[in-house]
Design a protein. Sequence first.
Length: 126
Amino acid sequence: MRKQFPYDGNSNPPAPVLPLRVVAPGREDAVLLPALVDTGADCTLIPRAVSRHLALPRIDRLRLQGIEGIARPAPVYAATVEFAGCRLLARVVAYGEETIVGRDLLNRVTAHLDGPRRLLSISSAR
């Protein structure tokens, strides 16, 4: 299955963004978020408010270090995530207000960034 997503033209420069559906494992209440595709991010981030709203089960804690170089503690939750036709049980980090799809999820699919056409294509074997 292959799905395509236009870049977000409101970003400067335009950026690859895709819809990410997040739900607590075994539940139905979900949140749909626009998520920046970031091949430099180790993990997937969701806003803290979303983790609270969905009552995601906390499974770990890690020290998250961003581009500013400062490491901060962040809770890790179990969540079912859906994007581009894929449904996966994943670890997500609740941090700030950002939603970022990192390599932990991207390594499970084939992603193609076509910058000149401002188009993101995601393919999966599922």
